[in-house]
Design a protein around this ligand. Structure first.
Ligand SMILES: [Zn+2]
Length: 64
């Protein structure tokens, strides 16, 4: 049961690599509305609200 509440990790949506502390990444977000303003620890906010999260490598490949 506890595993259900396991913390979500920042994972690259292309290569599924976990983005670790100190690593650079790119996230695509919608501007939040005032009533739905995400508040909290940044990585958890991103996991919940980001449409796309890319590691630096995949971002560089996708822009080349
Ligand atoms: Zn990646």
């Amino acid at each position: 049961m506890l595993s259900f509440f396991k913390e979500k990790k920042l994972v690259c949506y292309i290569c599924s690599k976990e983005i670790i502390e100190g690593e650079e990444f790119v996230a695509r977000l919608n501007v939040p509305t005032k009533s739905l303003m995400p508040v909290g620890v940044l990585d958890k906010v991103l996991v919940k609200h980001a449409k796309e999260i890319l590691c630096k490598q995949c971002h560089q490949q996708s822009t080349n």
